[in-house]
Design a protein around this ligand. Sequence first.
Ligand SMILES: [Zn+2]
Length: 320
Amino acid sequence: MILNQKEKLSFSSGYINGKVSHAYIIEGAKGVGKLDFALYAASVLMCEGEDKPCGVCPQCKKVASKAHPDMWILGTEKNCVVADARRIIKDAYLVPNDGEKKVYIIANADKMNRQTQNAMLKILEEPPAPVVFFLLAERKDLLLATVKSRCRTITLAGMEESEILEALRKKYPRKSDETLQEVTRLCGRSIGEAEELLGRDSVAEMNRAAEFIKSYFGDGDKYSLYVSVLKGKQKRESNQLFLSLVHGAFADILRVKCGVARCNVLSVQDAAVYARKKTRRSVAACLKTVEEACVAIGANGNYTAVMSDMLIKLGSERKN
Ligand SMILES: [Zn+2]
């Protein structure tokens, strides 16, 4: 199966019909194939073959090996900063080395700070004719409105859960079906995220998150919250997973509170018990607090500071 095939076909037919924008936001969950999609689109734009992308012409090959002189890929190792924006602007006005187009792919565009996004505006507004931008973003809402208004958005929906499960069963025949089903449920329709979850001790993190939620809704003092979280493993990756599971648990409770009996992290029974203990507004506030912490940790925030801040906010919400 070809990843994001529907969106790729739609991009190709847009190209054939002369509908190419000068800037795109490629939006989608982590691991959903945003860079893969941007490379596909770059091949369509640069291909010299008949049926674009042909995959065999020199242009296609250079794009596939990420070695095309007219294609820049930034933001993969570290987020783009103002200096990168200035480099892009300078380069964009030079004619292409090798073909008709120049492509700039900016990974983690949603993690660029305000200043950098503002610096990019100038070139996004009116780029030279050969230039096409692809801004890859997990969270489009973190991009400035002025940036968004200059780009066309392509949303990568990810695979169906059944497709992901099927792909995982083929690739990981030694993993138990229970584990594969669990990561499929947690991965947000992203095969990349599913594989990352498989690489970690997701079952242990799941238990840890469930314990945390239990203590939160229990009668213990606020301090027990701090302890249960902070005494855990301090590896950033496992904490990101832990936080996303806690986030999923609050989302479960909120859904149940709104009458939707569908849970991803908790059992429906547990979620119902917790839902009865709090107001809808309060659960929504918790969800928002954890979401903010997830974003802060994802953006390389200081772990201890982010967690303390989250725990204090959750603690003050506990009585409601
Ligand atoms: Zn080609």
